[in-house]
Ligand binder design. Structure first.
Ligand code: GDP
Ligand code: GDP
Length: 438
């Protein structure tokens, strides 16, 4: 599981600027999916070889009542689940009442908190330090987020605050590495728990819930069609009694962590409710993270032909930007279609883990270029010379050549389709990375 860092503070202090600084080390994605509304608030970051999830919780104002407060509930829920909270204040604005109210609430959350004083460009640090010391949150880190200054000091401070947590996370993984790790992802009430219980069977859940383990495992072994898998429990089947019901019912943080930890994600949608914008958001997360994907349209029982046609129309309209995932119409309640679902899971897993040699990839690239040449740029043709695999789950194909930075998007989509067909990479996104060799 990746540690989660939540960025909090009043509006305008510089959180999204810091968010961009912390998350920008990630390789840019080549594929560009038009029409996908992306939630900018969640990102992955890498520091010293370790991956983190960073959440910009948006602006907290410290207000305690009314609509303001309601809007901030989700932000506070994210804070509750974060491993470390980075609390940002604005050196130019000085200490405000809202800062103090946020600090007071944060202290009650008993999370590790790192205070960050931003916008210290042209400000006397020692004066500012004295002022913000009144928050009683310990040594601050000073940053000028807009210039990327102080960011590595901040990372160091965060790592110190996370040290205990990271040590626990570094223990041996609690699952059998040979099994396929599957996560069920979906909005509240789509049927994740029902499907989970069907997959596990009550007995197995109880048998696995042994006393004496210090932390709740979210990895649960199960079998389907005689094969061994590991389920990443986001539905909270084992923990529902203990954790805040609201958070447990649907948690974006848990969803993100499960996507990260999975080999294959099953996105569960509810045919009775139709395909919503939230489903699209979740699909976007799964795609961005590059996870193999199978889509399950649940509650297919008990629907009129008219309703079924309407759901299919919505699928064409809203899920169309993902062209590689197999889709199943299932009933978790009755168990219909669940077996076939796992045939697709297996297929998607094999595609995601494919290992293709440099030789074979390069020959395939040559054939693709021969069939359809890249365009001329200022009279010189873009050259694509060879390809090698740069990773799996998702498969990364690194293509070397000349002027590759000028390759139009439609040509890289052509190549993606070519490789997908050639190597039967159904069920997984493919990343193409282009390098220009001198
Ligand atoms: P958020 O609302 O907390 O996410 O704040 P933003 O990241 O959107 O930043 C608000 C404004 O402060 C923007 O105009 C930023 O360019 C500016 N800003 C961010 N960091 C700094 C900084 O270190 N110094 C200065 N002078 N301005 C900054
Ligand atoms: P979760 O919030 O995603 O874990 O959803 P639940 O598994 O708690 O299911 C929400 C509701 O949908 C419950 O009342 C289930 O009985 C119902 N449900 C789940 N799967 C199906 C299904 O395949 N068909 C029908 N008709 N109802 C279902």
């Amino acid at each position: 599981m990746k540690p989660v860092i939540a960025l909090v503070g009043r509006p305008n202090v510089g959180k999204s600027t810091l968010f961009n600084q912390m998350t920008r080390s990630r390789a840019a994605l080549v594929a560009d999916y038009a029409g996908l509304t992306r939630d900018r608030q969640y990102g992955s970051a890498e520091h010293e070889g370790r991956d983190f999830i960073v959440i910009d919780t948006g602006g907290l104002t410290g207000e305690r009542g009314g609509i303001e407060a309601l809007m901030q509930d989700q932000a506070w829920a994210a804070i509750e689940e974060a491993d470390c909270v980075v609390f940002m204040v604005d050196a130019r604005a000085g200490l405000t009442v809202a800062d103090q109210e946020i600090a007071e609430k944060l202290r009650r959350s008993s999370k590790p908190i790192q205070l960050v004083v931003n916008k210290v460009d042209g400000v006397d640090e020692s004066l500012v330090q004295a002022e913000f010391a009144r928050l009683g949150l310990g040594e601050p880190v000073f940053t000028t987020a807009s210039h990327g200054r102080g960011i590595s000091t901040l990372w160091d401070a965060v790592l110190v605050r996370l040290a205990d947590k990271l040590a626990v996370m570094d223990e041996e993984p609690e699952y059998d590495e040979k099994t396929i790790r599957v996560a069920l992802i979906g909005r509240p009430n789509v049927g994740k728990s029902t499907l989970t219980n069907r997959l596990l069977g009550e007995d197995r859940v109880l048998a696995f819930d042994q006393p004496g383990t210090t932390r709740d495992s979210i990895y649960i072994p199960f079998e389907q069609n005689g094969k061994a898998y590991t389920l990443i429990d986001t539905a909270g089947v084992r923990r529902r009694a203990r954790v805040n019901e609201m958070i447990e019912k649907f948690s974006i943080v848990k969803t993100l962590q499960a996507i990260e930890a999975a080999n294959v994600v099953i996105l569960v949608c509810d045919a009775h409710e139709g395909i919503s914008e939230q489903d699209q958001h979740l699909l976007g997360f799964i795609h961005d993270r590059g996870r193999a994907l199978v889509i399950a349209i649940n509650k297919w029982d008990n629907l009129t032909d008219y309703a079924r046609a309407e759901v299919k129309r919505q699928i064409d309209l809203r899920l169309d930007f993902i062209n590689y995932a197999e889709m199943h119409f299932i009933s978790a309640l009755h168990g219909t279609g669940v077996g076939h679902l796992f045939e697709s899971v297996d297929k998607a897993y094999l595609a995601a883990m494919r290992d293709i040699s440099t030789n074979v990839l390069t020959r395939s690239l040559e054939a693709a270029v021969f069939a359809h040449q890249p365009p001329l740029i200022h009279g010189r043709r873009i050259k694509l010379r060879y390809a090698h695999q740069g990773g799996s789950n998702p498969p990364i194909i690194v293509i070397h050549g000349k002027q590759t930075d000028r390759l139009p998007g439609n040509y890289s989509r052509y190549l993606e389709g070519w490789f997908r067909k050639e190597f039967q990479l159904m069920g997984t996104p493919i990343r193409l990375e282009f390098r220009t060799d001198s």
